[in-house]
Write a protein that binds this ligand. Structure first.
Ligand SMILES: Nc1ncnc2c1ncn2[C@@H]1O[C@H](COP(=O)(O)OP(=O)(O)O)[C@@H](O)[C@H]1O
Ligand SMILES: [Mg+2]
Length: 275
């Protein structure tokens, strides 16, 4: 038995009567060290549209963070700031302790560490599956075709799409395209993957196969930040749920805290509309 367990057992014995009287909900436990630290993040468009307002949060290694909120609340903009697809207008973002907004920061290197999966797949239609997956590792990281192809084939095999390696995107279903987009991101061996409504463009019968791949990834310890309307997924897989409205981070907590015990009126109102 580990020291920790011994201590827990000893404490539990002593505190048993009180614990029985007032069962405590488990509080959120960060999984690992901080990977991305976001402080007072701000993004305005054309100086008047305040898309992200003063958002502060940490993403830990191995953590699955689900971002929810009404349309136009700044979820996509927040996500896109994390890999600098949008340049923040205020605040700071550090990854692995490095200030990614510093003008001397290596943008390309940062983007290689942050995978992104979009609602509309964004595959190259003129490239087949294996070419879609290997182009970035070969062109951006200087990997050999052979090494990149080998990893791509292994990944395809893991999501049951090895037989589609030579297919072109037009020959794939939406669910297959999105699974390819996920393994394409993985092919770069990122430290975190950002998902922006990855199932919103899919026919309902294909949502499950994409969520299954995401669940598998989460179980394997991938750090993930996921914007989604799939509340079942959020409940089951999220370590932490963030609720945004009007660009601000209004509330965050475990799925139980957010869905079963919302505190703010904004969140209560949002949940009453979607659940
Ligand atoms: N490139 C842009 N130019 C101007 N306004 C934008 C741009 N991108 C997003 N916005 C605005 O920023 C706000 C937040 O948008 P977005 O981040 O897409 O929200 P969500 O993903 O939660 O629907 C909205 O008012 C949207 O119209
Ligand atoms: Mg969006």
């Amino acid at each position: 038995m580990s020291d920790k367990k011994v201590i827990v057992k000893a404490v539990a014995k002593e505190a048993a009567p009180a614990a029985k009287a007032a069962p405590k909900k488990p509080l959120y436990q960060p999984k690992g060290d901080v990977l991305i630290s976001v402080k007072n993040l701000d993004k305005t468009f054309k100086e008047t549209i305040h898309a992200v307002r003063n958002v502060t949060t940490d993403i830990h290694k191995g953590e699955v963070v689900v971002l929810i909120g009404p349309s136009g609340s700044g979820k996509s903009t927040f996500l896109r700031c994390l890999n600098l697809l949008e340049v923040p207008t205020g605040g700071s973002i550090t990854m692995d302790g490095e200030d990614i907004m510093d003008k001397n920061a290596d943008l390309n290197k940062h983007r290689q560490k942050v995978g992104m999966v979009f609602q509309h797949f964004n595959l190259f239609d003129n490239l087949n599956v294996i070419q879609n997956m290997t182009i970035a590792p070969v062109k951006l990281k200087g990997e050999s075709e052979a090494a990149a192809s080998q990893r791509a084939m292994n990944l395809l095999d893991r999501v049951g799409l090895a037989d589609r390696a030579e297919a072109y995107p037009s020959q794939l279903s939406g669910g297959q395209k999105q699974r390819i987009a996920i393994v394409r991101a993985l092919c770069m061996q990122p430290e975190v993957i950002l998902f922006d409504e990855p199932t919103s463009a899919l026919d309902p019968e294909m949502v499950g196969e994409v969520l299954d791949v995401m669940k598998q990834l989460a179980a394997e310890g991938m750090t993930m930040v996921v914007v989604t309307h799939e509340m079942g997924f959020a409940r089951e897989v999220a370590d932490r749920v963030l609720f945004m409205a009007d660009g601000a981070l209004i509330e965050e907590g475990t799925p139980e805290e957010i869905f079963d015990n919302p505190k703010s009126d904004r969140l209560k109102d949002f949940l009453s509309k979607i659940l």
